[in-house]
Design a binder for this molecule. Structure first.
Ligand code: UT7
Length: 330
């Protein structure tokens, strides 16, 4: 028999170094605060120092989530880290590094790669393990340091990204918590947001580095279009499966990629601003970390309260998108 699953602990970590749009201009990037704010809504982002890796940020966020959950480390049965900027390319996984640093037993630990949709995929995956009683508690982390993979000479993409981590603990709950999930990918749109070199298709070489193909390439406009065309439908479909409509949503937590996307989706769903969470102005796009960071802040500032119906939607490279509908129970 399956059981209900809810989020019983949450936490976030942002590196202390604040980089404003003005700082980017001072760094020599051909942009302006006015352009970035108007086109993206971003005013600043956090950038991890050179010696801070993705697992370092994941560790800080996970510690807080574990503490809030009240669960002992011995009660965690699985660790999933959603990231596309792992400590090491290939192995060991960032999840294994995190498991060791947290002092967990030899429980399963794996990275999940779905770019900015990663947390949504990981939340849905972790939920299955608790729901079918394979695990008692699952630690799910979204963490990325895209500042280390950004092409700082491409003003069309480098202004968007920031670093950070967010974590949740999933456990069996009396009432349903994560009540519906909807995962999608459209591989035919893979080329609009990718890292072209450094993998097995085009191994790292002097030429790859000279051409900056080991860094993020993005066709911004195409990503924008695919995003707005997919997320609204996914949300409506997922709500429909559980007999809900947009009006039932108390808080929409969309991946923080661009304030214009957030506004468009909110308007399409007919939601007032008070039901559409946004912190993109302060953190930019933190990729897989954006939704758990936003959940943490929304709870802390009272925008998500016990009993609320929370809709989360991530979207990003792949192209991938992932919706989770959660009844907030804590
Ligand atoms: O997690 C998913 C990740 N990515 C996204 O969600 C990205 C989605 N896309 C976007 O957010 C937007 O497409 C961007 C913010 C990236 C770009 O905004 P846009 O309105 O689509 O601009 P654009 O790329 O069409 O460029 C318009 C103009 C161009 O100049 P010309 O050709 O019209 O003279 C660009 O060169 O803006 C110029 N431009 C800039 N100007 C100042 C592009 N980037 C910048 C910049 N500062 N940073």
């Amino acid at each position: 028999m399956t059981q209900n699953v809810g989020i019983v602990g949450w936490g976030k970590f942002l590196p202390p170094n604040v980089v404003s749009n003005f700082d980017l201009v001072s760094m020599g990037i051909d942009t302006s605060d006015e352009w970035i704010v108007e086109r993206t809504g971003i005013k600043s982002r956090r950038i991890a120092p050179a010696d801070m890796s993705t697992s370092d940020m994941a560790f800080e966020a996970a510690k807080i989530a574990l503490e809030r959950s009240g669960k002992a480390t011995s009660e965690i049965d699985l660790v999933i880290v959603a990231t596309t900027s792992p400590d090491y390319i290939g192995f060991p996984s960032t999840a294994s590094i995190l498991q060791n640093r947290l002092g967990l037993r030899t429980v399963g630990a794996f990275d999940l790669s779905a770019a900015c949709s990663g947390f949504g995929y990981a939340l849905a995956t972790g939920t299955q393990f608790v729901q079918n009683r394979t695990c008692r508690n699952v630690l799910v982390v979204g963490a990325d340091s895209l500042s280390k993979l950004v092409n700082w000479s491409d003003r069309g993409s480098c202004i968007l990204f920031g670093d950070g981590a967010g974590a949740v603990v999933l456990s069996a709950t009396q009432e349903p918590g994560v009540i519906a999930s909807d995962l999608h990918a459209d591989g035919s749109e893979g080329s609009i947001l990718m890292i072209k070199g450094g993998g097995t298709r085009k191994p790292l070489s002097d030429q790859v580095v000279a051409d900056k193909e080991h860094l993020i390439f993005m066709e911004g406009r195409s990503v924008f279009k695919v995003a707005v065309n997919t997320v609204v439908n996914s949300l409506l479909e997922t709500l429909g499966k559980i007999g809900k409509v947009p009006d039932d949503i108390d808080q929409l937590v969309l991946h923080q990629a661009n304030s214009r996307i957030i506004q468009y989706v909110g308007e399409k769903l007919g939601l007032p601003d008070s039901k559409v969470f946004s912190n993109i102005a302060t953190y930019g796009n933190t990729s897989a970390a954006s939704i758990p960071i936003a959940i943490d802040e929304a709870v802390e500032c009272g925008r998500i309260r016990p009993g609320d119906l929370v809709a989360t939607i991530g979207f990003g490279a792949g192209f991938t998108w992932a919706t989770n509908i959660i009844r907030w129970g804590v």
